[in-house]
Unconditional design. Sequence first.
Length: 415
Amino acid sequence: MGEVYQKGKLAKNASYQLLNKTTEQKNAALSLISQQLIEDQDLIIKANKIDLENGKENDLSLSVLDRIMLDEKRINNMALALKELIKLNDPVGVVVEKIEKENGLKIIKKTVPIGVMGMIYEARPNVTIDAASLALKTGNSIVLRGSSSAKQSNLALVDTIHRALEKSAIPKEAVQLIEDTSRETAKELFHLKEFLDVLIPRGGKGLIDTVVKEATVPVIETGAGNCHLFIDETAELKMALTISLNGKTQRPSVCNALETILIETKWFAQYGLALLEALHQNGVEIYGDDTVCTTFSFAKKATEEDWYTEYSALKVSIKIVDGVTEAINHINTYGTKHSEAIITENIENAETFLSGVDAAAVYHNASTRFTDGFEFGYGAEIGISTQKLHARGPMGLNALTSFKYFIYGEGQVRN
């Protein structure tokens, strides 16, 4: 059997051992991983430099290189995130419901681990730590399959995890990394129903669409973020400028960054040029409709494809709309159900937008950049779910559990 099968089997066996581990044992393992990250940071950075050098040779974009890059600050942040995760309540073993039947039968519904999680992701080596730590905290084992662009970084990080787990009560087999990053191994993972209970893709739209289309393992869709901001007629200029620039320029490579700005006609006539100039001065390439291109000479004509595009770079598409209904229709046509925002002082329009837009997170007068497990108080996240079943939005600990019914009797039989 190949690597995927063997490591899937190891993860499955480890998942049974995890069922009997206490919160204290799981937290102790996370603490050891946190310490080991600091001890191993020179080794991790050395491995990461190989990935960055290879990435430059392969002409990877600056935004992708930024996702891959690990330095002392980012590794320290990983270690700190693990410490914060330890402080969070263990979601496993929580009694959700109690039912006592007339015949004395007691039915108790409790949260339990999902079992074995598969994670397929692009570029970001920090996902290796986030996913593994969330899995262990919730008593799940995990099979990781990163991309070739971050292979050396992922190998170093999993080595760090294994060194830490060898000192703990948690089996190191609970965290597996598929080292072969070929398409063949990805396809094997798609169909590893014998061992995987769920598969979570985290990356661009292409990856996610492929996994959703081809996988026979149950999938939780995450990641693709064609996020919109609608600036309504009553929006305050300063707020509109601040939120637009924060959403687009703070970290353009992430999935909760803005990709399209929709602007109400009257607001654009009064303030549009100021917004366009502010974006341009901050290095943002603008792709606009006819009105935008006529108003601003630096704007390029937007194509139909632009409205669908998650740029993950300092680029934005801008369209002028007649009002909240047209904005909602545009978002529901081109969006990826991630995060959408409206800036308005009109409460009725705000509520119409928030209820009418089909997305996991909807904002009134705030940046879409807040769609994040840390910002929502969940600690590390395994991804942002853009589907509606099982989990939606930032997926923290609770999203990685299922339910089980415990039935206690005294000899009852069904008549």
